[in-house]
Design a protein around this ligand. Structure first.
Ligand code: GLP
Length: 363
């Protein structure tokens, strides 16, 4: 059997997310019950992970804070395990690890246990190292993903966070049944549209193929709730194209990094029509008039410039990261394949032995 590609996994995303939505009550009821029983005790919620899993924490944080009305701290597994000073037994720890073998996440969960923090791990449906350490498990219901650069797992991770927050808020009566249903319908609408985004992204890449294929470094820019989207998007290209891609929040980019742009620097701006859009569009227009490799990914535009991905994005104010991650995942896939990069060849293979990051190899 041939190994699935990143594209196969991206194509599976819509069906997987719809299935997760359908099974949400049974999948997340334990979390909702534990949360409801302790809602008065929990002061802060810690979201912890490494790599793509950590990026899903960055993306999910604003929605969890909004729905659960608690301070949500995002911190990577290593820092939680060894440097976090303020966590107490009144905090809830939620670790996320797709394959469940990341050594830093195991260490973070051990620390949560030692500190007597209630803790959950979101992870694949198999008996892995992290699920042996955590008090409770939430299944990351996307099936296995037999490839290093994760795509469907990232989408499933952010949806898991949205859904555990909504199930917990409904059970704890932090939100009304009506508000809950409204949030679910809005997620369904975004997920239902994902296949259109895939097709539109492919057309955009094709249209600009001659220029995009030459891309060997670039900046991925965004704002608001897409802070995690751009970090994850840059990571996808770093892992696959294996050239230099750097994410910046757009306003921070203007405060210095823009000085490092050259004629051959590419930019992709992720620009949903939410707060921040006007400045993003202005930045695109300004860069486009001075540099030949500037691109904008946004909802329907007045402009029909080839470099603008005029997608049929729903641009939901809370859930648009589910759709805006797709163009960056596809960009990485289409670019590395068009450049003929081989993901089976590991760069600097000796570091894997020198610095272990996984308790077990699961690929
Ligand atoms: N290259 C992979 C990343 O793609 C992955 O995100 C990270 C965390 O893995 P996990 O989510 O299983 O903890 O591990 C590896 O380093």
């Amino acid at each position: 059997m041939t190994k699935p590609t990143m594209l196969d996994y991206i194509n599976e995303t819509k069906a997987i997310l719809l299935d997760m939505l359908n099974k949400r009550n049974e999948t997340y009821n334990e979390f909702a019950d534990v949360y409801t029983a302790n809602v008065g005790k929990y002061k802060n919620i810690y979201l912890i992970g490494s790599g793509t899993s950590f990026n899903s924490c960055i993306t999910a944080q604003p929605f969890l804070e909004k729905i659960l009305n608690k301070h949500v701290v995002i911190i990577n597994s290593y820092n939680f395990a060894h440097y976090e000073e303020l966590v107490t037994s009144n905090d809830l720890v939620i670790a996320i690890t797709q394959e469940g073998e990341s050594t830093n996440t195991i260490a973070a969960l051990n620390r949560a246990n030692n500190l007597n923090c209630d803790n959950f791990v979101i992870t694949e449906d198999r008996d892995n190292s992290c699920s042996k350490v955590a008090q409770h498990k939430i299944v990351l219901a996307c099936g296995l993903e037999h490839i290093g650069p994760k795509t469907k797992g990232y989408s499933a991770s952010i949806l898991t966070f949205y859904l555990i927050a909504l199930e917990a808020a409904k059970t704890a009566k932090v939100i009304t049944a009506e508000a809950y249903s409204n949030y679910i319908s809005r997620i369904e609408r975004v997920v239902d549209n994902l296949d259109n985004i895939i097709e539109e992204t492919k057309s955009w890449f094709d249209l600009n193929k001659e220029d995009l294929e030459k891309c060997d470094h670039g900046y991925i820019l965004g704002y608001g709730i897409n802070k995690g989207t751009i970090i994850e998007g840059a990571l996808k290209s770093l892992e696959t194209v294996r050239e230099y891609f750097q994410p910046f929040e757009l306003e921070e980019f203007l405060h210095g990094p823009i000085a490092s742009m050259h004629d051959n620097t590419y930019t992709i701006i992720i620009a949903p029509r939410t707060y921040g859009y006007e400045r993003a569009r202005k930045l695109y227009e300004s860069l486009d008039s001075q540099n030949a490799h500037s691109y904008l990914v946004s909802g329907r535009q007045e402009t029909n410039a080839d470099h603008v991905l005029n997608g049929s994005f729903i641009s939901d104010e809370d859930f648009n990261p589910l759709e805006y991650c797709i163009p960056l995942q596809l960009f990485a896939y289409l670019l590395y394949t068009s450049q003929g990069k081989d993901l089976e060849v590991r760069n600097y293979p000796d570091t894997k032995e020198a610095l272990t990051t996984k308790a077990k190899d699961v690929q």
